[in-house]
Design a protein around this ligand. Structure first.
Ligand SMILES: Cc1ncc(C[n+]2csc(CCOP(=O)(O)OP(=O)(O)O)c2C)c(N)n1
Ligand SMILES: [Mg+2]
Length: 402
């Protein structure tokens, strides 16, 4: 199938400022482009000329369940950070539809490259939530085996994963496989050279990669208009591939558009850019205070477009879920929260010597030297450095064979 770029329908927005930023799901002030929407903020099902989706009641309930559980997990993680159990947390609050919709569009053989905020996508890839928390607790060196779920490690270096994804996708094409690659990045990352380079390589090599930009309208305290004078999806045209803007708070539209984009890529038609227009409801991370740089009004406006509330309204209006269903989701949510709390508190601290593992597959003289020096340093403590490094791991580094 071929996918056309959704036109902006107007000249580039010159001189856009905070006062004229649309922030709506439809053209409001004449300077925001149309976006693909299948479920309005009021929970009404609407059609679109190019993108459609037909889901069973069970599938619709599944999307609701995914979003509720993801939001609950995210809330627990914030609390755990506040209680000193995590070093940091980057909340996805408000972005559940963008993540669940896109994640559920992938096939198991597709490969996903996340940023550091893709907890909902990780959920759709069956990555154990405790693995995500282990990374933010600082007790593992990344969190999980990326090849187990085709879900790459979280990447903090802004935008760099788009290059990794493009290289991976070029490899997929060389293998002759029909899987696709999904690369997440943010509105802020769109200004990075890495992203421009990834777009160039993906375009000229016709790589089967979908670039998925969650435009949550903020890069820490920098608003999107500091990143681009045109809507982000329009940038794709300059690189020679299609771009489309979707309502990032509409899980149905995100699923439909991402599915089409992945099919476009896997059928040999090259890359696509999807811009999910959404909003970061929380702070950038737990170290940030958004009240310093944005208004309550803006947050409230976006609260009325909540992705979970609109799907619930739709399910209720159409009679697609009963009280028993909501009670079951609530029960599952409590069970997940409990598992996460207990799991984090019981995570063993790592052996200090473990930091030398996985640097090289076959060992390296310099790493060997550094390992020996560190072991000698730990031995200078009476208890082998365990109290000094706060480790409660059974056994000593001397017994680990390193
Ligand atoms: C190369 C690089 N530069 C700067 C930073 C610091 N930094 C961390 S998050 C962030 C903002 C990213 O914003 P965006 O891409 O919109 O993603 P969001 O956090 O909104 O999901 C910055 C500048 C970094 N991690 N890496
Ligand atoms: Mg952002």
């Amino acid at each position: 199938m071929s996918v056309k770029s959704t036109a902006a329908g107007g000249p580039p927005a010159k001189g856009r400022g905070r006062t004229t930023r649309g922030g709506g799901t439809k053209r409001r002030s004449g300077d925001e482009p149309e976006l693909v929407q299948l479920l309005t903020p009021e929970g009404e099902r609407v059609g679109h000329s190019e993108y459609s989706i037909d889901l069973t009641p069970e599938e619709l309930r599944g999307l609701y369940r995914d979003m509720v559980l993801t939001r609950r997990f995210d809330g627990e993680a914030i609390t755990l950070q506040r209680q000193g159990e995590l070093g940091l947390w980057a909340s996805l609050l408000g972005q559940e539809a963008a993540q669940i919709g896109s994640g559920r569009a992938t096939r198991p053989d597709d490969y996903v490259f996340p940023t550091y905020r893709e907890h909902g996508v990780a959920w759709t890839r069956d990555v154990d939530p405790l693995n995500l928390l282990g990374m933010f607790r600082g007790v593992n060196n990344g969190g999980w085996d990326p090849n187990e779920n085709n879900f790459h490690l979280y990447t903090i270096v802004i935008g760099s994963q788009t290059l990794h994804a493009t290289g991976y996708a070029m490899g997929v094409a060389m293998d002759g496989a029909d899987s696709a690659v999904l690369a997440y990045f943010g509105d802020g990352a769109s200004s990075q050279g890495d992203v421009a380079e990834a777009f160039t390589f993906a375009a000229v090599y016709n790589a089967p990669v979908v670039f998925f930009c969650q435009n949550n309208q903020w890069a820490i305290s920098e608003p999107t208009e500091r990143q681009s004078r045109v809507p982000i999806y329009q940038r794709a045209a300059g690189f020679g591939f299609p771009g489309v803007r979707v309502d990032g708070n509409d899980v149905l539209a995100v699923l439909a558009v991402t599915r089409a984009a992945l099919d476009h890529a896997r059928s040999g038609q090259g890359p696509m850019l999807v811009e999910a227009f959404t909003y970061r409801m929380g702070a950038h991370t737990t170290t940030d205070d958004p009240t310093r740089y944005r208004s309550d009004d803006e947050r409230e406006e976006w609260a009325s477009k909540d992705p979970i509330a609109r799907l619930k309204t739709y399910l209720e209006r159409e009679g697609l879920a009963d009280e028993g269903f909501y009670a079951e989701v609530e029960r599952e949510s409590d069970a997940l929260a409990k598992r996460v709390r207990e799991g984090v508190r019981n995570m063993p601290n790592p052996d200090p010597m473990a930091i030398f593992e996985h640097a090289y597959a076959d060992g390296h003289a310099l790493v060997d030297e550094e390992r020996a020096a560190f072991a000698a340093y730990l031995d200078s403590f009476e208890d082998g450095g365990h109290s000094a490094h706060g480790t409660h791991t059974a056994g000593t580094h001397a017994g680990t064979g390193h």
